[in-house]
Write a protein that binds this ligand. Structure first.
Ligand code: NAP
Length: 245
């Protein structure tokens, strides 16, 4: 139920964003793939096109308002609308609180929270005119639980959940839903960087006893993006193997 819908995904060229783009494309959506690395984004879009998906690549940093305006402009010029926005771009700069540098705090809050705000503000203007939209923010289970060594990241993701609820209330009148997906520990480059014993230790905290996959997140995003789930808004859907209930 996303056939011919236009989906803009940030941080689309790899990891969870890439899986989200592939899953939406597999259901017939047109893809606007945004990422900082132009070459990687263009390569990914070439793959999508080769598989028969209408897609366009945009180089953009979600923390730069001019880049965000450009993303929307390219989407509008190419497909004339944006139905689905997935705020997926995210970074970590982990350190214990007493050693955390101001710039690590600022960088994480800028990308993970301000980036989502800027993209949502720009895209919702268009969605408001369309009287249709699905906005999906990729949060994190640690925004719900906290995590030692991730004060900046957890604060950004908890903030993103607050932004989700506030925007859901504000945009509901325009038939725009806003929800968050809060992944648990997902096997991607972000978690591949952890030592094997740390990953095994993490799995012991998860009732389903495994790390999630990027596809677990992508399938939930497709569900929330669908035409037939329009009565769900302001929710945080945990996709965490039962790690947080
Ligand atoms: P990833 O593999 O590092 O991918 C993140 C993507 O976002 C990269 O392509 C990155 O580009 C891009 N990006 C970073 N800063 C950006 C910016 N300012 N503007 C535009 N794009 C930017 O991460 P992931 O594991 O797929 O995570 C995706 C999302 O899921 C993030 O929001 C993350 O916080 C969340 N999440 C992940 C996990 C997990 O276990 N992996 C768990 C919970 C939540 P470059 O690398 O080229 O800069």
């Amino acid at each position: 139920m996303v056939q011919d819908r236009v989906a803009l995904i940030t941080g689309a060229s790899r990891g969870i964003g890439r899986s989200i783009a592939l899953a939406l494309a597999a259901q017939g959506a047109k893809i606007v793939a945004v990422d900082v690395d132009l070459q990687a984004t263009e390569n990914f879009v070439a793959e999508l096109k080769a598989a028969g998906t209408e897609a366009v690549a945009v180089q953009g940093n979600v923390t730069v308002a001019a880049d965000v305006e450009q993303m929307v402009k390219v989407a509008k010029e190419t497909f004339d609308r944006i139905d689905i926005l997935v705020n997926n771009a995210g970074i970590t700069r982990d350190a214990l609180l007493i050693r955390m540098k101001d710039e690590d705090w600022d960088a994480v809050l800028d990308v993970n929270l301000k980036g989502a705000f800027l993209c949502t503000r720009a895209v919702s203007r268009l969605m408001t005119k369309q009287r249709h939209g699905r906005i999906i923010n990729i949060a994190s289970v640690v925004g719900q639980m906290g995590n030692a060594g991730q004060a900046n990241y957890c604060a950004s993701k908890a903030g993103l959940m607050g932004l989700t609820r506030s925007n859901a209330r504000e945009l509901a009148k325009r038939n725009i839903t806003v929800n968050a997906v809060a992944p648990g520990f997902i096997a991607t480059a972000m978690t591949d960087a952890l030592p094997e014993e740390k990953r095994q230790e993490l799995a012991t905290q998860i009732p389903l006893a495994r790390l999630g996959s990027a596809d677990d997140i992508a399938n939930t995003v497709v569900f929330l993006a669908s035409d037939n789930t329009g009565y769900i808004t302001g929710q945080v859907i945990g996709v965490n193997g039962g790690m947080y209930m």
